[in-house]
Structure formats: C-alpha cells, structure tokens
Design a protein around this ligand. Structure first.
Ligand SMILES: Cc1cc2nc3c(=O)[nH]c(=O)nc-3n(C[C@H](O)[C@H](O)[C@H](O)COP(=O)(O)OP(=O)(O)OC[C@H]3O[C@@H](n4cnc5c(N)ncnc54)[C@H](O)[C@@H]3O)c2cc1C
Length: 454
C-alpha cells in the first residue's frame, strides 16, 4: 500500500542510527509522515566495520529494493575465492595460528552464503541518501516520552516539547525509550546487562594489514583463545581491514557506562599468548576498553503508542554479527505495518503485531549471540577449546538467522493487521476504530497474545 491517507498518524523516531534510518526509509517509501529526533549534531561518524548476512540483505530489499541495490555497490566480500562463502575462518590466536597442531583452516559458512561487510560510514551514507532534508532534527536529545491521551509527548533536554501520534524508540542499547515501554511492566529489564566482555577495535589500511598478517589479511578470520579472541575482516571494498579484539571480564562492569581509557601495556597484557602478528594490530587500536551490553530479557517491545526497534529492543553481543540485521528486520516488518494504519487509533494494533512477530526471533538472536561469545572464547561447557567442535557448532548455528523467511513474516503481519482491525470493524458494523481496539483488549490480546478476532 503506497498511498498516504490524510488522517495517517504522525510517527516520531528517536535516534538516527542504523535502526532509526532503516525504519525511516521504509516509512518514507510508503508515504508515512515521519520525523527523526537525533541527539547528535550530525549523523554518526563512527569508524568501524559491520558484517551483514543474507537475512539483512533481504530486509533491505523489503524496506526498499533500492536500499539493497545501493548497499550491494559498497559492500565488501572476502578477497580469495576459497573464502567467498564463509563468514569466517576459525584459527588459533596462539603463535603460528595453530599450524604446529596441524590446524590451518576452520571454515564457517554455507554454499548459499556470501560474505558481505562494509565500513559503517559507507552503509550510513547509503541510508542517509534516502532521507530528505528536514526529516532529521539534529541536536535534539530526548529526555522522556510519555503517552497522554491519544498523543505521545516528547520532552527534550533543551526544554522543548513535541507531540506525535506514536513514537518508535531507536535510541540504542541504553536508550531512554526502554524505560517508557518497560518501566511499569518489567522495571528490572530496563537497564542493559554487561555481556562479560570488553573490546578493542580499529581499522587498518589493507596494504599494512597484508604486511602484518600476510595471506591472512583480506578475508574474515576469527582467532581464538581462552577468554579472548580477535576477528578481522575486509571493509571499504578491500581497501581497509576491520578488527575487534574480545577480552572476557567476568563480574559486573563497574567503570560507568562509557569506554575506559587504558595503556598499550594493559592491552598487551590482556592479549598475552597471542601471535605477534595479531598484537601488531594493536598499534592501530584506540587504547580504550569498550564494554559490550545486551538485553537478555525483554517482556514487550511496545507499551501503548511507544515502541522499541533495534538495539534498544534487543541489543546483543556481536559474536553472530547479527545485531544490526535484526534492526533491519524490525524496520521491514514495522514499516509495512505502519503503512496500513489509517487512523492513529490503529497504531497500537500495528505495534502489537510487530511485537508478536519480531520479539521471539530477536530475543533468540540475543541469547544465541551470548552463547556464541562463550564458544568463540573457549568457555562453553562441553566444547571448550575443541576447535573441531567449535567449527561444527558454528556451522550449524547460523542458518536459522540467515535463511529466515522475512517475506512470510510481513505477509503474516499484514494479514493479522487486517484481521484485527478490519474484520473487527466489519463484524461490528461500526466505523469507529477505537471500538475495534476496545474489543481487542476485551478478548485479552496481550503483548504477544494470539492474533484473532472473535
Ligand atoms: C563491536 C560490535 C560489532 C558489531 N558487529 C556487528 C555486525 O558485524 N553485524 C551486525 O549486524 N551488527 C553488529 N553489531 C551490532 C550493531 O552495531 C547494532 O545492532 C546497531 O548499530 C544498532 O543500531 P541502532 O540504530 O539500534 O542503535 P545505535 O546505532 O546505537 O543508534 C542510536 C541512535 O540514537 C541516538 N540517541 C540515543 N539516545 C538518544 C536520545 N535520548 N535522544 C535522541 N537521540 C538519541 C544516538 O545518538 C544514535 O544516533 C556490532 C556491535 C558491536 C558493539
């Protein structure tokens, strides 16, 4: 449905990261009125890589086919044909990468899978290209969102107040919209949980990566050890190599929210026992320990007219390279649903169906990503440092993420929406949509309850 209805609700998106932009692209494509409020003064300039699996590319297609087309032009594949279909090659982090043990390859992938990654800047450039000027209001840090009657009040740090018919929080793992949704229902779920791991990250010109890593540069590799690991992969169309070191840190993160400065010596100490070539990459890392956070439990993605999308809903540890992909899937489903909404009273129905379809899958990605984090740092019970078991496990664990039928999700979402809203109206012979909503509540449709119209 591409037509904009005059009574269509106004949607405010909080946050212009990958999640917020993806939703905006989907809504703009479907002529839904949208405004994005972003705390920063400009789009993110974050320098890091990102890997996107087949499900993420399908989600781009579902949001707007041009999104995928443009991403395909900037994406980076593994360099050597032998690694084309692998998400990574599992190796030992120790001196020699396991060669002394006779280990020289541990491919994780599938014949249908083609490695795709990008510099985040390139991905965001593509996404920003779809957003007309004026849609994003920069320098607008939201302090609170509150539903008052049929509107949502958005209060900003600069004392300004705006209203919208509905708000979609895309404000990242520590986003304030999580409290608006879960504060009354499950207050213990509002704050993210430390993943038990911090990271060192950086980007290195490919030429220099090749001088350091030799033939190991240019293709995605995961070097593992007990309680630590490093992943490297090409970005920027092969001109740069992205790397992320993972260091386990059992116990709570007691250093506040942000990354903690450290010295080069501390980094080297953390990674003692790693091959000297991997340690050389630290010359290109910022001496900062970045804590990783996730939301292992989320009882609902919406509350009234406020809804969560992306990391604020389901931040996960990075070990399945699946977090942003889940945000893209959210955006695909929610943009299709909001395009069906004719009056602001129907928004809650759209949110309810989105929650029922998206939350179980996203939640599973969160939990399995934490599991993968343990496996790839040799701490999983029954697997430990057995690389054969690690490769076997990794080769089984990702298909349900990559091969998901998103089109079917969208069809189900649309069918459920019509069933709930339109059939309810029809059977009631009543033009007032709020009546349908009252009936839905009366028949006990909870956050993820059965989708039926009685
Ligand atoms: C080390 C690492 C590696 C990763 N690798 C991958 C990968 O390979 N593949 C993958 O799919 N995923 C990966 N991820 C996950 C991915 O980065 C996230 O899932 C994704 O960036 C989340 O996007 P988002 O838009 O939900 O949140 P964010 O990117 O955090 O964006 C939130 C936006 O909201 C704004 N904001 C916050 N608060 C407010 C406020 N109060 N008012 C207004 N604006 C606000 C912020 O300024 C920001 O622009 C990785 C994550 C990490 C940490």
């Amino acid at each position: 449905m591409e037509l904009r209805h005059s009574a269509s609700p106004t949607i405010a998106i909080i946050g212009a990261g990958i999640g917020g932009l993806a939703l905006a692209i989907g809504l703009i494509k479907r002529n839904v009125t949208v405004t994005i409020y972003e705390a920063a003064e400009q789009f993110s300039t974050v320098g890091a890589g990102i890997g996107l699996g087949p499900n993420s590319l399908n989600a781009m297609d579902a949001i707007d086919p041009r999104f995928r087309e443009r991403y395909e032009k900037v994406k980076t594949q593994n360099e050597k044909p032998a690694f084309k279909h692998s998400i990574f090659d599992a190796l030992y982090a120790e001196e020699g990468f396991g060669e002394k043990r006779g280990w020289n390859r541990g491919l994780i992938g599938a014949p249908y899978f083609t490695r795709s990654s990008a510099h985040r800047r390139d991905l965001l450039d593509v996404m920003e290209g779809f957003i007309p000027k004026g849609i994003v209001k920069f320098g607008k840090r939201v302090q609170s969102v509150e539903q008052v009657g049929n509107k949502v009040l958005i209060r900003f740090q600069d004392d300004a107040v705006e209203t919208a018919d509905a708000v979609v929080g895309c404000d990242g793992v520590k986003g304030i919209t999580r409290r608006a949704v879960l504060g009354d229902i499950a207050p213990e779920e509002v704050q993210p949980t430390f993943c038990g791991m911090y990271i060192y990250r950086g980007i290195i010109p490919m030429q220099e990566a090749k001088e350091i890593l030799g033939t190991h540069a240019g293709d995605a590799k995961f070097f593992m050890a007990t309680g630590k690991a490093v992943v490297v992969y090409p970005i920027s169309q092969g001109n740069e190599e992205n790397f992320v070191f993972f260091v386990s840190n059992t116990g709570p993160w007691i250093n506040g929210d942000a990354a903690v400065p450290c010295t080069k010596e501390e980094m080297l100490e953390d990674l003692e026992g790693f091959d000297h070539r991997l340690l050389k990459l630290l010359d290109y890392a910022r001496p900062l320990r970045w804590p990783t956070w996730h939301h292992p439990q989320t009882s609902t993605f919406y509350n009234g007219r406020v809804c969560l999308l992306g990391d604020v809903a389901h931040a996960c540890s990075p070990h399945q390279a699946a977090g942003a992909g889940q945000g893209l899937e959210d955006a695909a489903v929610l943009s299709h649903l909001l395009a069906l909404v004719r009056t602001s009273d129907e928004v809650e129905t759209a949110f309810q169906i989105y929650d029922a379809i998206r939350r179980p899958r996203a939640q599973k990605v969160v939990l399995t990503s934490a599991e993968a984090g343990l496996i790839y740092t040799w701490r999983a019970p029954g697997i430990g440092d057995d690389m054969y078991k690690i490769v076997e496990n990794a080769n089984k664990r990702l298909h349900w993420i990559w091969q998901h039928d998103l089109e079917a999700d969208i069809k189900t979402a649309e069918a459920d929406f019509y069933k709930l809203v339109r059939e309810c109206w029809g059977s009631l012979q009543d033009d007032d949509p709020s009546t349908a909503l009252r009936i839905m509540r009366r028949v006990g449709l909870g956050a993820s309850g059965p989708i039926q119209c009685t």
